[in-house]
Ligand binder design. Structure first.
Ligand SMILES: Nc1ncnc2c1ncn2[C@@H]1O[C@H](COP(=O)(O)OP(=O)(O)OP(=O)(O)O)[C@@H](O)[C@H]1O
Ligand SMILES: [Mg+2]
Length: 640
């Protein structure tokens, strides 16, 4: 490599040749095995590229020149570069379109044939700058980039278009134009490359096309099989519009025919996943006016932080009667981070924390909240140069916690910090270095503590309100069962004492009054029921407490204990969802059996404890210790 001259390099670029000292194969019959020491014979599979095998055997000979990249096998291996899904591979093409200043990108997933033998072809088209023929040719090579290592845009590795394309299909076609109708095409075909016997494979010149092949034109003029309702599809060129005009004076088409490696076999799943993912990955570009269509349906921006006034969730009918439609920015931080140790310059990272309007939204049904995206598990979103590279949970940064659904963290970093954030060439996700995680954590920890406390407070209040007016179903059931219990509560009270209790109930009612109750309502509730469930929020408390006074068994459930967050709350929420979720008719909330049974389990515990302690001080003390120890044990088990 080091001793090759410039003229040799130029020559190599133009025409397939072999490198110095190695003779090209003289006929097709040669399989390249002859003359190789058998102990050095490669153990390739039968379907390995034939051309590659020939070059390999040639290279294994003593002092043979060995190409740095064995193209025949290298392109095959690159097919497995590892995109999580078809959507994330498609993102590479959308990235390139944005890099080329496109205002419109179309992803078309065409499925034809019958079930079992479905054929899927994909096109990504954009109306960006297009590529001049020489650029197109260089762009087709691996590492060929017009922006190599430039950190200001999305692309920087010179790999995306090729690796993403080949991760879906064995061959790709790239068609680009910078003048209406002057289409140039490059083809990258792994099967043809695998058959090639040259030591060094060079790319041909782009081919000039007078018109687009009918097969490709078809993508833009005929609706896709999904969405089924073709009225939903806005075609680029319906039959009354000339395709060449519609394709405009510049643009690029990447065609991936006969895709053999897709993350789903059905167009529907592929289309829906791409639509959903593009909506948040490109939310900034979409709000600035970029149009992305997937199978001719426009993609609407969605926002994991739920803060964008224009995001999809703000138009949901669930929020029709709610004035607050977005989350609220709580704090914005800026920290400086060095790309790596010894780097001369630090760069800014912006961190924003958003709180969801829990007070306004928590009255909505769980179904509505899910639709809005409250439970979308998108607690942290990370954007590189305005393009989302990660969304989800970062356990290293924030612990999973029952409050996490109610706040969001948005982190923006510039391309200069790719090394620190651990951005791989396929731009899927981040692998933040520990020093980055620590710096962010330190900056936001105080904010998170206060947001969580606020959320917990509202959650505790809601738990109380969800019980509704009057005794709950479980309280009523416990009352009804009382006469059938073996041992009666307060069995040895005199009539005078009983009368005194009734008088004291007013005082008790004030202490147990719920926020949505009048004093009188609280009194009536307490008068009507021997069993009372209430909630309290204290992280140093056991998960429940029992108080037996004035003839009442008062069970307190601690909303700060993991028992509440991990068992009680989910069971109650699910109960409300199954009984009330579908029809928001305002009927009284009636929890289902599971929820009532859980309440009864706790009420029976409270009753037993009350009965056994009523005339036995030692038992009362033992129960106290037992309650504390059980709670701590449970807390430790549930928090590990
Ligand atoms: N849709 C397009 N419109 C115009 N030029 C494009 C388009 N797609 C690719 N290119 C050109 O081809 C080059 C190679 O694209 P490719 O995606 O392979 O690498 P990259 O974008 O430079 O880097 P990365 O590997 O980070 O994506 C780009 O640098 C760009 O110049
Ligand atoms: Mg790219």
């Amino acid at each position: 490599m080091s001793n090759s001259t410039d003229s040799e390099n130029t020559h190599i670029l133009n025409k397939p040749i072999t490198i110095s000292g190695v003779m090209p194969p003289d006929d097709d019959a040669s399989d390249g095995d002859t003359g190789t020491n058998s102990s050095l014979a490669p153990h390739w599979s039968a379907d390995a590229p034939k051309g590659g095998k020939i070059v390999m055997n040639r290279a294994l000979k003593e002092s043979a020149a060995v190409p740095l990249f064995l193209a025949q096998t290298f392109v095959q291996s690159l097919r497995d570069v590892g995109y999580d899904s078809t959507t994330s591979a498609l993102c590479e093409h959308v990235d390139n379109a944005i890099g080329a200043n496109a205002s419109e990108v179309r992803v078309l997933i065409r499925q034809t044939g019958k079930k079992g033998t479905l054929k899927t072809d994909i096109i990504v088209h954009d109306n960006g700058s297009g590529m001049a023929p020489n650029v197109l040719k260089v762009a087709t090579s691996f590492g060929g980039s017009m922006v190599f290592n430039n950190r200001s845009g999305i692309g920087r590795f010179g790999m995306g278009m090729k690796t993403a394309g080949l991760s879906m299909a064995p061959a790709i076609e790239i068609i680009s134009w910078q003048e209406a109708g002057a289409y140039y095409r490059m083809i990258l075909d792994t099967v043809a490359i695998g058959r090639d016997k040259s030591n060094l494979i060079a790319l041909d010149d782009p081919e000039y096309l007078g018109t687009l092949d009918a097969d490709i034109a078809n993508f833009f003029t005929v609706p896709m099989s999904f969405p089924k309702d073709t009225k939903e599809q806005i075609l680029l060129a319906p039959h009354d519009i000339d395709l060449q005009d519609a394709l405009g004076h510049s643009g690029t088409i990447v065609y991936m025919p006969e895709c053999d490696r897709l993350s789903s076999a059905t167009a529907r799943t592929l289309v829906e996943d791409a639509t959903k993912t593009f909506a948040h990955v490109y939310r900034r570009a979409l709000t600035k006016g970029l149009k992305i269509y997937v199978n001719n349906r426009p993609v609407e921006a969605s926002d994991p932080t739920l803060s964008m006034p224009s995001a999809r969730h703000t138009r949901l009918s669930a929020l029709d009667n709610i004035s607050v439609k977005t989350s609220r920015l709580v704090t914005a931080h800026k920290i400086s981070i060095f790309p790596h140790t010894g780097a001369p310059l630090a760069h800014d990272v912006h961190i924003k924390i958003y709180a969801l309007p829990i007070r306004e939204w928590s009255k909505l049904s769980r179904k509505a909240l899910s639709e809005i995206g409250v439970f979308n598990d998108q607690n942290v979103t990370i954007l590189r140069n305005d393009r989302e590279v990660f969304v989800g949970h970062v356990t290293k940064l924030v612990k999973r916690h029952g409050t996490a659904a109610w706040y969001r963290i948005e982190i923006d970093f510039p391309g200069e910090l790719d090394e620190a954030f651990g951005v791989a060439s396929n731009k899927q996700g981040v692998r933040m270095k520990d020093f980055v995680v620590e710096a962010i954590k330190k900056e936001i920890s105080d904010d998170l503590i206060s947001i969580r406390a606020d959320v917990e407070q509202v959650q505790a209040q809601n738990a109380i309100e969800k019980k509704g007016a009057g005794p709950s179903l479980s309280e009523t059931k416990a009352n009804e069962a009382d006469p059938f219990q073996a041992e009666q509560l307060d069995a040895n009270l005199t009539e005078a004492e009983k009368a005194q209790i009734e008088e004291n109930l007013r005082g008790l009612a004030i202490g147990l009054q719920r926020e949505n109750e009048t004093e009188e309502e609280a009194f009536q509730r307490i008068q009507a029921s021997r069993y009372i469930i209430r909630f309290h929020h204290d992280k140093y408390w056991p998960f429940y407490d029992v108080d037996h006074k004035f003839g009442r068994v008062i069970l307190t459930i601690n909303t700060a204990h993991p028992f509440y967050e991990k068992l009680y709350e989910p069971v109650m929420a699910r109960a409300l969802e199954t009984t009330n979720g579908d029809d928001d008719d305002g009927s009284k909330l009636q929890p289902n059996n599971l929820a009532t049974t859980l309440d009864l389990l706790l009420l029976s515990l409270a009753r037993t404890q009350s009965v056994m302690s009523q005339s036995n001080v030692e038992a009362a003390e033992l129960f106290e210790t037992f309650r504390q120890n059980w709670s701590n044990t449970l807390k430790i088990q549930m928090s590990r």
